[in-house]
Design a protein around this ligand. Structure first.
Ligand SMILES: NC(=O)c1ccc[n+]([C@@H]2O[C@H](COP(=O)([O-])OP(=O)(O)OC[C@H]3O[C@@H](n4cnc5c(N)ncnc54)[C@H](OP(=O)(O)O)[C@@H]3O)[C@@H](O)[C@H]2O)c1
Length: 329
């Protein structure tokens, strides 16, 4: 099978397309023909060596799979050849999804929502699982609460807006002005141009000085230390960005605030719950651009470029028949 292997840590040129043996499912494992995957910042962070102590080279990376079951190992009861499935491969534990075939434990695999194409499904597993963990499990967002979602046009943010709306929240989001309409189309109630207005000022103005119940940090920087200024009493901050520098969060005391840190974990339950929102028409990932397996290096370059014009996700058509009409680029 064809696989894109990372031969050394570095730039996008560190990948090379290789013929490698097709994996064989062991007991409790499923062999999946990968139709689509997608690109996440984690992918270029791994590629450039940010997690070099956890990744053994040469490596097949990639963190989203949508595909079709080709074979099952002994003891697998949930899936059979021909089933359409989606999942995030075990992160930092075995080969990833930049390949024509992938094996994974039955327990982390979900049934792909029928109404999504493979490109769309592969654009939701990692970001959707992260959003579920952040908003549902950790922030425990409630009907009628308010949330500030940073980076609302990005891979994580555009899913977070839709999930927060489905949970009954009033949604504030930071985007550049060119993405106002996109964010509103996803359900955002208040859009803030992060380049021209301070988000704390905007939140306080729109909430009559009260602040929001939850801040979802997808951008890092000084968001942890500034969030208490935008929070209501007993507010929660959920961050998915690991920041190397210490942050002063002393203002959090005055708000009785709590902080949660999320590094996404796989499980089928989250996928099933996301699937329920998809099938009810409350959640649909937006695929902003599509590349082939061989062109993943170009997709990395695009995602790493600030102000790249991509809305939502960059998807990869591993199986050439995987196609999608709504890509912007
Ligand atoms: N911990 C976890 O489990 C986990 C899981 C998934 C992702 N992440 C992390 O979450 C972050 C976002 O991931 P992603 O997939 O959404 O990335 P992405 O698709 O590249 O989106 C990032 C978005 O942030 C926007 N942005 C940049 N600076 C901003 C600012 N100062 N204020 C508001 N928006 C800003 C960008 O908009 P412009 O186009 O306007 O620049 C872009 O739309 C990454 O750091 C990633 O590593 C963590």
């Amino acid at each position: 099978m064809k696989a894109l292997r990372l031969k050394s840590f570095g730039g996008p040129e560190a990948f090379e397309l290789h013929d490698v043996p097709k994996p064989v499912p062991a007991a409790g494992q499923v062999l999946v023909r990968v139709h689509a995957t997608s690109i996440n910042p984690l992918d270029y962070q791994v590629r450039r060596g940010d997690y070099s102590d956890l990744v053994q080279l040469p490596a097949i990376t990639g963190h989203d799979v949508s595909g079709v079951v080709e074979a099952v190992g002994p003891g697998v009861t949930t899936f059979a050849p021909g089933d359409e499935v989606w999942y995030t491969p075990q992160i930092f534990d075995g080969p990833g999804s930049y390949a024509e075939y992938h094996v994974a434990a039955e327990a982390i695999i979900g049934r792909k929502p029928a109404s999504l194409s493979h490109l769309e499904a592969a654009s939701l597993t990692l970001v959707g699982g992260t959003v579920w963990e952040a908003l549902v499990v950790r922030a425990a967002l409630r009907v009628g609460e308010s949330i500030l979602i940073h980076g609302g046009a990005g891979g994580v943010g555009h899913v977070a807006i839709q999930v927060a709306k489905a949970m009954g929240a009033r949604v504030f989001t930071t985007v550049r002005e060119a993405n106002f309409e996109f964010a509103r189309s996803l359900g955002a109630d208040v859009v803030i141009d992060y380049r021209n207005e301070d988000y704390v000022d905007a939140v306080l103005r729109e909430t009559g000085g009260r602040g929001v119940d939850v801040v979802f940090d997808t951008i890092g920087g000084n968001t942890l230390s500034r969030s208490p200024d935008a929070l209501a009493q007993l507010g929660r901050v959920v961050s998915i960005v690991d920041i190397a520098e210490p942050q002063n969060v002393v203002q959090a005391w005055g708000k009785n605030a709590s902080y949660h840190f999320v590094f996404t974990r796989q499980n089928r339950g989250k996928l099933d719950e996301l699937s329920a929102l998809v099938e009810r028409g409350q959640l649909r990932p937006h695929v902003g651009a599509v590349y082939s397996l061989a062109d993943i290096p170009l997709a990395h370059t695009l995602l790493e470029t600030p102000n790249n014009g991509v809305r939502g996700k960059i998807a990869i058509a591993v199986e050439p028949s995987a196609h999608l009409a709504n890509a912007d680029l």
